[in-house]
Design a protein around this ligand. Sequence first.
Ligand code: ATP
Ligand code: MG
Length: 365
Amino acid sequence: MLDNAFRLLKEINDHSYEAYIVGGFVRDYLLGIESNDIDICTNATPKDIREIFNDKCLPLEDYGSITVVIKGINYEITTYRKEIGYSDNRHPNEIKYINDLREDLLRRDFTINTICMDKDGNIIDYLDGKKDLGKRLIRTVGDSYTKFNEDALRILRAIRFATILNFNLDDDLKEAILKTKHLLKNISYTRKKSELDKIFNSPNFKKGIKTILDLGLDKELEISNLYKVLDSDVSSSIGIWSILNVSDKYPFNKNELDIIGDVNEVVALDNLNPSVLYKYGLYVNSVAGKIKKKDAKKIIEAYNNLIIKSRKEINVTSEEIMAILKKEPGEYLKDIYDDIEREILYNRLKNEKKSICEYIKNKYS
Ligand code: ATP
Ligand code: MG
């Protein structure tokens, strides 16, 4: 992956433009962490990049960033730029392409995200990013208050990086968060959710949540019960979102909504009850169990002890039921299945064809 990136930098250099790897990849590389995407900065314009890589470029352009795909890896190539005027605490009013790497680095968020690497693997570190990496410190490039005023999403990015990397927030940065946190209201829920997802998905999520609470961001984010997460045993982002219960505001996909809905139903029920385990399955029960601080082993054991785990395991077919009752197909079949399913689950009826057929004959014919 890095070799391909070097080749790509060389290709741009061969067309007499500058190009460096920048941002997350270099940061993570110096920390010995694997990255899955590479950001590249260059003084070539998007048009120049398209001419160099033509059909390897994705057609869509995001604020003048071009994605080049080589062997299934995305390289996001962004032209050096100056961002002018921020009116909505998120987007610059104007982007001006510039020729100077150092100036491009100044518009970036944190020093640890400004370290560059050239085509030979040399590190270029104009803004002392490596020093802050060594100190495990998240520090803004320039004045924190200005940076957060320009783009309030950076508040959550700071906490995200501190959480995932297990770094500390610089004191001035923390102070600036306290002064600008109200601006989070101006950031879209989609953006906020995507940062929160990254925080919640980290093994260090408790650190992130404590930081959010310490800085009083929970109120600005409209997640009033965040403290409850720390009182639970949850360890997954879906478990955290289930506790927070904010799907009226934050955007979730259908799958997430289904799980959150089910988990909240199960939280109110008895987790070790066979029909609850059977109906909602092991995953939802485990998440709900963690919210209630139930013994996870007991839930797994109870689930594994279920006599049947799905309707397919019931040892009678609808054809057989129809034959016993000498009836055409109809809604009654579902009622009978509901009945024998419950009887088998509670061990009142053996899951054997003979016993089931007898039960049906006695009760329904
Ligand atoms: P990762 O890819 O691991 O999430 P990253 O640091 O690469 O982290 P990206 O969102 O990929 O983050 O952005 C690439 C680089 O662009 C960042 O390292 C940073 O230099 C700059 N950047 C991204 N978002 C912002 C922002 N909101 N404000 C200022 N600079 C930003
Ligand atoms: Mg990146």
